[in-house]
Design a protein around this ligand. Sequence first.
Ligand code: PHE
Length: 451
Amino acid sequence: MSAQADGHFSSRIGFIMAAAGSAVGVGNIWGFPTQAATHGGGAFLLVYVLLIVLLGYPMLMAELMVGRHGQTNPADAMSKLGHSAKTKNIGKVIGFISIITATLICTFYSILSGWFISFAIAPVAQIANKPEIANWLTDFSVSRNFVFTLVFIALVILVIRQGVQQGIERWSKRLMPMLLLMLVGGAVYILSQPGAIEGLKVLLVPDFSMVFHTDVLVGALGQTFFSLSVGTGAMMVYGAYLHKQENLSKLTAFVTLTDTMVAFLAALMIIPAMYVAQHNGVQIFAEDGSLLNSDTLVFSVLPALFDSIGGVSQYILAIVFFVLMTIAGLTSAMSIVEVPTSYIVEKTSVTRSKATLMVGAVIAVIASVIVFNFSSLFGLIITLTTERAQPLIALGIAIFMGWVWHRNELLAEIAQQDGVNQNSLFWRIWPVYVKFVCPFLIVVIIMQLFS
Ligand code: PHE
């Protein structure tokens, strides 16, 4: 991130780019469309948008505020909210769990981002007339997954160690609008193709009978926190680099809106594209109507979409799209790696660059184990981290902010911000809302798993 020598973001735009860079990633382009496609389209979209407003925005702000108050790693930031030895220790444990969760998230995240890298190179192999290489790059074999997972992790470590995060931010500033433009262009193009309207209906018209399905609710809850990077400590670390006078309400709103828009646009392109592909003879659904290979769905639909454009432009568009996606994955992974790294640097005498290397090595080992046991571990780790750990950590943060942190300290933290009127409805409601409503909503949804 663009931290100055004093460890703070050098500018507001620097923070916004880093936080939006953390939020926008594989979760938006792969996670959201895949979840929407598997969980009833419109019903999922409806629940997701509701949860973004009801939980995502308030909890993102809570995490940023706890991080800014702590000015340290997530374990110590959580512990600083407590005033007794017991609450301090519980806070530390929650922070620790978030550090482990972040590390585990980075493992499957690297596998997924590796897929985007290999799909960015595949068109080059096609142009060079090397069909065997192109096939290997797109065939989801263990060897391909292994190589590109390591390539992605190496890339993350390289970027962080070179201290070129500032450069990455500057790129993101230009590349993110480009990604948005491609998604809009892709959605407009695909909607003019035969079969697309059926997909549009699936995405936009909710089947209300699905809204209360456990899968839909729990899936949308996990997706909300995953997409906004909440409940892993990543936003806490970024909050720690933020000046006290920054007004969090608008910054958080911007990040939330950007993230949700990207996810929606991705679905607007990919869900109709599924139906166009099916119309063109690509098998998307099994006999019983369920999705075939949901994990790799996006990777069969997108190339089919580029294919239909034809000519040389299909290759160029595919390369640009997958390179943009790789960079979006990189800016997210950077924020995840920062969670364990910040802890090691503050707690030991290990240098920052060594700590990054150590964290990268651990992630590479665990990710490799997942690659070699893909069918049993990949989905499991995703469910465990995003649908179980992240909501529970968010619950811990809400409870700590609402019930453990002394009210006058929280109010002082709020009051330090520029242009804040403490008596405004917004700043009076938000602390109470995080104290009562957020924990209640999270518990009610999680309880569905046991009913
Ligand atoms: N929000 C990122 C995405 O949507 C993933 C992420 C999760 C990043 C947790 C940081 C922490 O791709």
